[in-house]
Design a protein around this ligand. Structure first.
Ligand code: PGA
Length: 253
């Protein structure tokens, strides 16, 4: 049985004061969050140490990105290595978010290096994949996502990826208010699981958590999360409000 994970990706939002207020509200709500769900928030990088130090055990902290470099320290201005994140109490790192792909030109080769860096430092990688609208409309979505997985996960063993989390985020659904239907999410999640089964074996595929992301909110979370291959969500907009995020965490319980 896979434990559900609901992760909040705050992106480039919230001043320090606003972030602390939201964080305090979530910590207050933590005791009413179901034990059956893991909860992670990924605030702007600057706040990670503070959050990691002060969060209840229920809420774990993740980075929105991590350096792809092999070096754990060195002259790489602006980069934050997995080792540094780990040393600050961070447990997860989101890698390959479509906004990093789109605005920073990240390829699946680079993203594979980020996963490698997470594995080395024992951070849990949350690998994002998903097709853009034209790819969905032309029917290429399964091929696109399989290719993304194939490239980013090449050269890894099942043991190395034991903690891997995959987030399927159709780009056309991110921040647009359009959500994949529960059926569209389920069929892609099943496809991803079957790819991982062929690559890493039955046991791996049964254990790996596959999250849905893209305009997931209190009103649709329960239906999406009830699909057999959906193991939780990566939540953007709805994670910026404590009541909405708490409602998504509780969806279906
Ligand atoms: P959204 O973002 O929930 O605002 O669509 C999801 C994401 O980008 O992870």
């Amino acid at each position: 049985m896979r434990k559900r994970l609901v992760a909040g990706n705050w992106k480039m939002n919230k001043t320090y004061r606003e972030a602390m207020a939201l964080f305090d509200k979530l910590n207050d709500a933590a005791s009413s969050m179901p034990a059956e769900v893991d909860v992670m928030i990924a605030p702007p990088a600057l706040y990670l140490t503070r959050f990691a130090k002060n969060s209840t055990k229920k809420i774990e902290v993740g980075a929105q990105d991590v350096s792809h470099r092999e070096e754990e320290e060195g002259a790489f201005t602006g980069d934050v290595s997995a080792k540094i994140l780990k040393s600050a109490g961070v447990r997860y790192a989101i890698v390959g978010h479509s906004e990093r792909r789109q605005y920073h030109g990240e390829s699946d080769e680079i993203i594979g290096k980020k996963i490698r860096a997470c594995v080395r430092a024992e951070l849990i990688p949350v690998y994002c994949c998903g097709e853009v609208l034209e790819e969905r409309e032309s029917g290429a979505h399964f091929d696109v996502v399989r290719k993304q997985l194939d490239t980013a996960l090449s050269g890894f063993t099942a043991e190395e990826l034991a903690t891997l989390v995959v987030a399927y985020e159709p780009v056309w659904a991110i921040g647009t208010g359009k959500t994949a239907s529960p059926e569209q999410a389920q069929e892609m999640h099943a496809e991803i699981r079957s790819f991982l089964k062929a690559r890493f074996g039955d046991e791996f595929a049964e254990k790996v958590r596959i999250l849905y992301g893209g305009s997931c909110k209190p009103s649709n979370a329960e239906e999406i999360f009830s699909q057999p291959d959906v193991d939780g969500g990566l939540i953007g907009g709805a994670s910026l409000n404590a009541d909405d995020f708490s409602a998504v965490i509780k969806a279906g319980f």
